[in-house]
Design a protein around this ligand. Structure first.
Ligand code: NAD
Ligand code: IPM
Ligand code: MN
Length: 349
């Protein structure tokens, strides 16, 4: 039976996770054996005890759970993100979750901010490298707080790391019958890592002659995502650029309230979470949109071997839009809990 470790986290993470758990319960009632335990790692715990996320707990998740579900982390009382770094980046790095899977599928034309673009045009998947790059925590300070201060943040790119995320993007394209994979970097300015990404990507591409491999520099890619999103089926990029691409991708599909993600190592315990953060100003107000979290449950079930739930949840969201039963960020009036209840009611039909 799949076991899930649930970490609601901070801010609206708590609000949206409550709804995601309601949906998990409804899906369990439909016959899928699922079990979960909740863990209280968050800013409050860190401020009270100094505990972020112990290594023994990460080992517990790895050994005794099939997936981890996170709401969101981040709290204005912890400006250096100390706890969030250990919880979120800690899990991504220590579980070696090298695939950050972030689908950008527009569910209804009315949700797209682009003129004359609809569900056919905005329909791509982003694979963000998730264990290297500028997030590697390599660097340091010199003379901190003085006029001679120096800060160095090094981007780490390994041949193995770049190759495996590129290969994953092509494998995904092949499995889904897609014809195009686009890599984005900044190899015109950042020659060292750019050179590695260029060679690794185009060499992997040779193993997939049936799939068109293309490239945009990251600045041009973002421009093209707005101008002609229909050219994209699969996008692969490094950790930092992937982060930026996917907030923009989220907005093309109706906003952060709808963007789901998986942090995956195929075959191993993986982490699922909405793309958005803890939006502190909305915390506890029954305003946050839980659909990104609910769609992340769908991606989690896909990873656990139940791919049928994502299309089912997407159908329900399309119906919500048609019936105008949507939360505030999508132009409606439904509160967080009411959105969860609505999805659960539809799942029972
Ligand atoms: P954010 O995603 O929390 O919020 C940005 C804005 O997006 C919000 O003000 C709101 O307008 C909108 N928004 C986001 N999620 C929404 C939802 N579910 N429903 C309705 N509107 C929503 O980003 P931020 O303000 O840059 O970050 C807040 C905190 O969250 C920071 O501490 C940041 O580091 C952290 N963060 C965490 C994660 C994560 O846990 N995965 C992701 C991003 C940011
Ligand atoms: C995300 C977030 C995180 C990231 C932050 C909170 C460290 O923005 O998951 O997209 O940059 O990866
Ligand atoms: Mn982000």
């Amino acid at each position: 039976m799949p076991r899930i470790a649930v970490i609601p986290g901070d801010g609206i993470g708590v609000d949206v996770t409550r709804e995601a758990v309601k949906v998990m319960a409804a899906i369990r009632d439909r016959g899928i054996e699922l079990d979960w335990d909740e863990f209280d790692y968050c800013a409050d715990k860190y401020l009270d005890t100094g505990i972020t996320l112990p290594d023994e707990e990460i080992a517990n998740f790895r050994d005794n759970y099939d997936a981890v579900f996170v709401g969101a982390v981040g709290d204005p009382r912890v400006p250096d993100m100390a706890h969030a770094r250990d919880i979120l980046l800690g899990l991504r790095f220590k579980l070696d979750l090298y695939v950050n899977y972030r689908p950008c599928h527009l569910l209804d034309e009315s949700l797209c901010p682009l003129r004359d673009k609809g569900i056919k045009e905005v329909n791509f998947t982003v694979f963000r490298e998730n264990t290297e790059g500028l997030y590697s925590h390599v660097g340091g300070h010199l003379k901190q707080g003085t006029v001679d201060e120096v800060a160095i943040q090094t981007s780490v790119n390994t041949r193995k790391g770049v190759e495996r995320i590129c290969r994953h993007a092509f494998e995904f394209a092949r499995e889904r019958g897609l014809g195009k994979v686009c890599m984005s970097d900044k190899s015109n300015a950042m020659r060292f890592e750019g050179d590695l990404w260029q060679r690794a990507f185009f060499e992997v591409a040779k193993e997939y002659p049936d799939i068109e491999a293309s490239h945009w520099f990251i600045d041009a890619l973002l421009m093209q995502m707005v101008k002609r999103p229909e050219q994209f089926e699969v996008i692969v990029s490094c950790n930092m650029f992937g982060d930026i691409i996917t907030d923009m991708g989220a907005q093309l599909c109706g906003g952060m309230g709808l963007a789901a993600s998986g942090n995956i190592h195929p075959g191993r315990t993986s982490l699922f979470e909405p793309v958005h953060g803890s939006a502190p100003k909305y915390a506890g107000k029954d305003i946050a949109n839980p659909l990104a979290a609910i769609l992340s449950v769908g991606l989690m079930l896909e990873h656990l071997g139940y791919p049928e739930w994502t299309p089912r949840l997407e159908d329900i969201i399309r119906a919500m839009v048609r019936e105008k039963k949507v939360p505030r960020d999508m132009g409606g009036e439904l509160g967080t809990a009411a959105v969860g209840d609505w999805v659960v009611k539809k799942l029972k039909n």
